[in-house]
Design a protein around this ligand. Structure first.
Ligand code: HEC
Ligand code: HEC
Ligand code: HEC
Ligand code: HEC
Ligand code: HEC
Length: 406
């Protein structure tokens, strides 16, 4: 109940949470979850418009006449209502909003009985009550009551205990009428199951896996949860920033990069060690995420005397390029919706350490520098999607290292 009106929980606008959960709201608002629809995310938007259609139109269906699966993950509130006009309700436009995650009750997995997949919110049993990781105890109502008395504030401090609750005394009838967001405890939210419906594996219509973060983790037999890295505790709350490929701070934590250079005759033997510290691939997620190592030899004035590639490493130095290729039946490059086969996958596997070896003429070399760059998009896509902002297209430096040659 919001403003005295009965609203189904999945349509509750996250602005309603802002007042009391200020920090979490701000973190969420800055995250890709809050920008996950084709109206807000320019990269997703470009693909959505190409593959599905106009996100501001009702009754959009795929070529096969189906409701667009994308919305099960990118716009859960709209998917629940089978709507496609994403600007018709604020909760649709908010993409993966507070209620999208806080109404997930039980995870049933993505593999449906008939060999098909249940993706996004379809992988879950949903609840009409909010779900909280710790659950609401009556003590929390009393604590809220006491706090309210201390503040001499007649604002409603805790709308989650429900009208039938013994603690209803701490909210005035008016407040209860205006905001009633009952909540129940659900420890599933502390586990990776809270993420996997949308982050496990998604195949295109030809059965080729596009994203497979969850699968990558299972292969690595990690005991870590997604939350342990993506929702750290900071300032006394569980962070909702949930950074990934769009977040350089997060990217900088993903890789350890070291150089070992030894003289052998007139050559230098250089080992560049790249270690993935994650239980999932780096890069992970969307197939077009990629990364590469740029290696340069510098003279004593800092001028480049040698480098491992001039234009792009994919052809000039493939071992330094970490990417997942998609192809057609003839093994030629194909974009995600059209791919019929998995191509070469040189991404760093879960916890993998890879050593790249180079022989470089030592004459005039004073130092060796390695830099790792991350890209949201394949070089080919960067050329196609000209309209995108440079911040989405430019390579980002995520790790570096330098050694002097003795
Ligand atoms: C992508 C999913 C997701 C979204 C979106 C999301 N949450 Fe959460 N939230 C979680 C999970 C998972 C936890 C539990 C984390 C844990 O305990 O490990 C959590 C925890 C919380 C907690 C308890 C925090 C604490 O410090 O104990 C609050 C409060 C909360 N969320 C509020 C919100 C609000 C408000 C929004 C929207 C502004 C929101 N959440 C959006 C998944 C989400
Ligand atoms: C009027 C204030 C208020 C509003 C509005 C509000 N909450 Fe809360 N919420 C609280 C209080 C108080 C608590 C208990 C103390 C805490 O955990 O911060 C709480 C706790 C929570 C928790 C943690 C529960 C747990 O199990 O640990 C979640 C999740 C949550 N709220 C989600 C939401 C969402 C989603 C919305 C918007 C739809 C919302 N809240 C709106 C006051 C509010
Ligand atoms: C209802 C579906 C859904 C759930 C549940 C969900 N996510 Fe997401 N998540 C998405 C979508 C969709 C995107 C992509 C948004 C975009 O880039 O358009 C995303 C993006 C991300 C990103 C990438 C951000 C970036 O910088 O590109 C991270 C990290 C992430 N989610 C972590 C999590 C974690 C951790 C959980 C569980 C606590 C979780 N998500 C739960 C749908 C979901
Ligand atoms: C040990 C810490 C750690 C754990 C555990 C972890 N991640 Fe990550 N994750 C990272 C780091 C660091 C990055 C940034 C590097 C990258 O994008 O590969 C990242 C990136 C991502 C991205 C960004 C992909 C994109 O397209 O931009 C997603 C999505 C993601 N993780 C989801 C998950 C999910 C889901 C889980 C649980 C199944 C999980 N992560 C577990 C550390 C972790
Ligand atoms: C199973 C859930 C799911 C479905 C279904 C889904 N996506 Fe996504 N999508 C994600 C997640 C999660 C991310 C972000 C993390 C990652 O890259 O894995 C993402 C990221 C993307 C990105 C990259 C966005 C960016 O900011 O770089 C594009 C483009 C995209 N999806 C397009 C689509 C299209 C088009 C459809 C429908 C044809 C679709 N997705 C269906 C979960 C899904």
């Amino acid at each position: 109940m919001v403003d005295g009106k009965e609203i189904p929980v999945h349509q509750v606008d996250s602005e309603n949470c802002k007042e009391c959960h200020k920090k979490i709201y701000k973190q969420w608002k800055g995250s890709m979850h809050a920008q996950s629809t084709a109206l807000e995310d320019p990269i997703h938007g470009a693909f959505y418009k190409q593959v599905i259609g106009d996100p501001a139109k009702e009754d959009v269906r795929t070529a096969k006449g189906k409701y667009p699966v994308c919305l099960q993950c990118h716009a859960p509130s709209a998917a629940k209502d089978k709507k496609t006009k994403l600007d018709s309700l604020i909760s649709y436009q908010q993409g993966v909003n507070c209620v999208s995650c806080h109404s997930l009750k039980k995870y049933n997995g993505i593999d449906a009985k008939n060999g098909k997949m249940n993706l996004g919110i379809k992988a879950y049993e949903l609840s009409d009550k909010l779900q909280g990781p710790n659950g609401m105890l009556s003590e929390q109502g009393k604590a809220a009551d006491a706090l309210r008395a201390k503040l001499d504030d007649d604002g409603d401090l805790n709308p989650h205990l429900g009208r039938d609750n013994d603690n209803k005394a701490f909210m005035s009838d008016e407040d209860v009428k205006s905001l009633d967001l009952p909540m129940e405890g659900n420890s599933m939210l502390k586990t990776s199951a809270a993420c996997l419906g949308c982050h496990d594996r998604r195949n295109n219509s030809h059965g080729v896996p596009l994203c497979a973060t969850g699968d990558e983790m299972v292969d690595g037999k990690s005991r870590e949860t997604c939350q342990s890295c993506h929702m750290p505790v900071s300032d006394g709350i569980v962070s909702h920033n949930m950074g990934g490929g769009h977040d350089v701070t997060m990217l900088k934590r993903s890789i350890r990069l070291d150089i070992d250079a030894k003289k052998s005759g007139s050559d230098l033997s250089v080992d560049v060690t790249v270690q993935n510290l994650q239980p999932h691939d780096v890069p992970t997620g969307a197939p077009f995420r990629n990364a590469y190592v740029k290696l340069t030899a510098l003279d004593k004035d800092g001028n480049i005397v040698w480098q491992n590639f001039k234009i792009h490493p994919s052809k000039e130095d493939p071992k330094a390029y970490f990417a997942y290729a998609l192809t057609d039946d003839d093994g030629k490059f194909a974009p995600p919706p059209k791919a019929t086969k998995q191509g070469k996958n040189t991404r760093l596997k879960s916890y993998e350490t890879r050593v790249l070896n180079y022989k470089i003429a030592s004459k005039g070399v004073d130092s060796i520098r390695a830099e790792m760059y991350y890209n949201l998009l394949w070089a080919g896509l960067v050329k196609q999607l000209k309209h995108l902002d440079a911040t989405l297209k430019d390579p980002k430096k995520i790790a570096w290292s330098e050694v002097k040659i003795k």
